[in-house]
Ligand binder design. Sequence first.
Ligand SMILES: CC1=C(O)/C(=C\N=C(/Cc2ccc(O)c(F)c2)C(=O)O)C(COP(=O)(O)O)=CN1
Length: 456
Amino acid sequence: KRRMAEPYKIKAVEPLTMLTYEERKEALKQAGFNTFLIDSADVYIDLLTDSGTSAMSDRQWGALMVGDEAYAGSKSWKKLEAAVREIYGYKYILPTHQGRGAENILSQLKIKPGDYVPGNMYFTTTRAHQELNGATFVDIIINEAHDSSIELPFKGNVDLQKLSNLIQNVGPERIPYVCVAITVNMAGGQPVSMQNLREVYELCHRYGIDVMFDATRCVENAYFIKEREAGYSNHKIKDILKEMLSYSDGCTMSGKKDCLVNIGGFLAMNDEDLYARSRELVVVYEGMPSYGGMSGRDMEAMAQGIYESIDDHYISHRIEQVRYLGQQLIDADVPIVRPVGGHAVYLDAKQFLPHLQQEEFPAQALAAALYLDSGVRAMERGIISAGRNKETGEHNKPRLELVRLTIPRRVYTNSHMDVVADSVISLFEKRNQISGLRMDYEPPTLRFFNARFSPL
Ligand SMILES: CC1=C(O)/C(=C\N=C(/Cc2ccc(O)c(F)c2)C(=O)O)C(COP(=O)(O)O)=CN1
């Protein structure tokens, strides 16, 4: 099999800064050992997130010049609406500034206090909006998703028995919708199979319950179906995506991931009444239904990004690059979430640092150690991100204590992946020198963004 290169060449570059070890040590101290608080200028390879960090194409940059900044009825909105209709297949689209803008509106429209919203593993902003509107999130992902070492092709799948039990226990009228994330971020970027999507949709519709996708990384999910599910190997990504989304009544979308833009999102739906009500709410939170918190040029860039995101060469390279990094760590016996996810390689900090208790924040400590070692910035996705139980006030203690190495789209080359792998492997070899952290400042909500730590 011939080796493949990036399906693009570089037209503009952003010079990177390379701090010394001492400078990184000082930067980390100033940031309270929290990678969210490190200045971008002090980061060498930024793997904090794939959200809003992708590179735009020359076609997208060119589209900015024809952005229609009309307050109402923008031509750019018409283009974005047409792109979403064509590629995602939903009838009605409401623009929002980013994913949580859509989550806010959907949750306010669909949830009443005392409701239950089942989903395949939690996500921080998604659960926050559900709880803000009085719902209880119920995890209905398959058990294997909580075990980093189990290799399954579709670890993001919904456990239909858990869903069915919840429907029996609380009744369908207490379930405003089921939220299916495709792929599942907190499980390690794990996909959901087409068969599972179909079965969830059929089960829910037997009880009149809507299915709303979190479609943030749905193109990556389509690639895994093409690669791993019988009968799809010679389907085009565009067709697999359309079939996936046909098993939902709508979706929230953060355009900052698969749509290849730095800002943008939407709420899509097939129900006209929900759309009419969402148009009233969007003016309160996002702006007119014809721009939803985006400028005309942002909408042009997102429309073009949607078409580029389903290019088979693009998505194949994107997934293979993440796998290229993951495979180097697997070959060095570094514990990571298996199989390698769509947008990130997740280090299993519990297995990486077995000498640390979870209350010593292993994932936070490992992310800090990685930055100190090489200037690579990663994100804690463990006990700190999980926050505190709203009833007991105790730390939520997730089984997965992970450090996410998140790969932006079309930004880094495989040489950067090699540098990251070398740094992680070097840390692994001296892992028993990595000490735990204490939390010196704990914000009341979504604490991981601003918490501050110091070494134990
Ligand atoms: C599956 C899903 C997301 O991944 C997602 C965002 N993701 C981010 C940014 C982020 C969000 C919350 C954090 O605790 C976090 F530390 C990082 C990320 O890095 O992964 C949103 C929300 O979309 P918005 O960011 O466009 O509003 C909805 N659904």
